[in-house]
Ligand binder design. Structure first.
Ligand code: PEP
Length: 254
C-alpha cells in the first residue's frame, strides 16, 4: 500500500517566529488525518527547532539538500549523518533549483541519493524536464536519464523505500501547473521503471484549487509543495485533498 505523502519544501523562506506559527497551525489543521503522511523540508538552521516542535506530532521533517560526502573538509556542506542526528526522515535530492542554480549533475545527485540511504534517510529524488526539453519531445528521455543515473549508483531495490518527485521545471514556482493528462503520462512512464511501492509525487505549482484533480490520478501518490506550503490554510487544504483521494481509492496497492 502506498500511503500518500505531502511534502512541503520551504525553500529559503521563514524565520523562527513564522516557522513556529506555521507549524502550530498545520499540526492543528491536519490533526486526525490518518490516510496521508505529511512532512516539511526546512532550511538547515531551523532543523533543531523544527524537530523539537514536531517531535510529538504526526508530522515528520526533513532537509532540502545534503552533501554526497560523509564528513571532512567540505566547508559549508551538511552531511547525511548530521541530518540523521536531527531526526530528519526525508531529504530532497536533485531539486531542479539545485541542478540549475548550483550545477548539480546527474552523477552528483546519484551520489547524494546513495549518501542519504546510508544513514537511513528517505531521499525524495526530484526529476523533471525543462520547457525546451518538453517542447522538443524529450520529456521521457530526460526523466529516464535522470533515473538511470541514480540506478547506476544504487540498487533498484533501494527505491522501495524512496520517493520520486516528478517536477517539470517549467511548472515550479511559475503558477503554471502541468495538466492532469501530462502528469499521468509521465508518472505511468516512470512507474514502469520503479518498484511498485515507490511513492511518486507530483510537484510544480500545486495549489489548493488543483490538488484534488492531481491527487486523484492513478499514479500520483501525493505532492511536493513549494509556495503553497508556506501558507498554513493552503497547505492544510492540500494535505486534506491527498487524504480524501486516498480514502476514495483504498484499492491502491504498492
Ligand atoms: C518545489 O519547490 O519543489 C515546488 C514544486 O514549488 P512550487 O509548488 O512553488 O511550484
Amino acid at each position: 500500500m502506498r500511503t500518500p505523502l505531502v511534502a512541503g519544501n520551504w525553500k529559503m523562506h521563514g524565520n523562527r517566529a513564522s516557522n513556529r506559527a506555521l507549524l502550530d497551525a498545520v499540526v492543528a489543521g491536519i490533526a486526525g488525518l490518518k490516510a496521508v503522511e505529511c512532512t516539511v523540508c526546512v532550511p538547515f538552521p531551523y532543523l533543531g527547532e523544527v524537530a523539537a516542535t514536531l517531535a510529538s506530532t504526526p508530522l515528520t521533517w526533513g532537509a532540502q539538500n545534503l552533501s554526497e560526502h560523509k564528513q571532512g573538509a567540505y566547508t559549508g556542506e551538511v552531511a547525511a549523518p548530521m541530518l540523521a542526528d536531527f531526526g530528519c526522515k526525508f531529504v530532497l535530492v536533485g531539486h531542479s533549483e539545485r541542478r540549475q542554480l548550483y550545477g548539480e549533475t546527474d552523477a552528483v545527485v546519484a551520489a547524494k541519493f546513495a549518501a542519504a540511504l546510508t544513514q537511513g534517510l528517505t531521499p525524495i529524488l526530484c526529476l523533471g524536464e525543462t520547457l525546451a526539453q518538453r517542447e522538443a519531445g524529450s520529456t521521457e528521455e530526460v526523466v529516464f536519464g535522470q533515473l538511470e543515473a541514480v540506478f547506476s549508483m544504487s540498487r533498484k531495490e533501494d527505491f522501495k523505500g524512496a520517493v520520486v518527485a516528478y517536477e517539470p521545471v517549467w511548472a515550479i514556482g511559475t503558477g503554471r501547473t502541468a495538466t492532469p493528462e501530462q502528469v499521468q503520462e509521465v508518472h505511468s512512464f516512470l512507474r514502469t521503471g520503479l518498484p511498485q511501492d515507490t511513492r511518486l509525487l507530483y510537484g510544480g505549482s500545486v495549489k489548493k484549487e488543483n490538488a484534488a484533480a492531481l491527487f486523484a490520478l492513478p499514479d500520483v501518490d501525493g505532492g511536493l509543495i513549494g509556495g503553497a506550503s508556506l501558507v498554513a490554510g493552503d497547505f492544510i487544504a492540500i494535505v486534506k485533498a491527498a487524504a480524501e483521494a486516498a480514502v476514495a481509492r483504498p484499492q491502491r496497492k504498492g
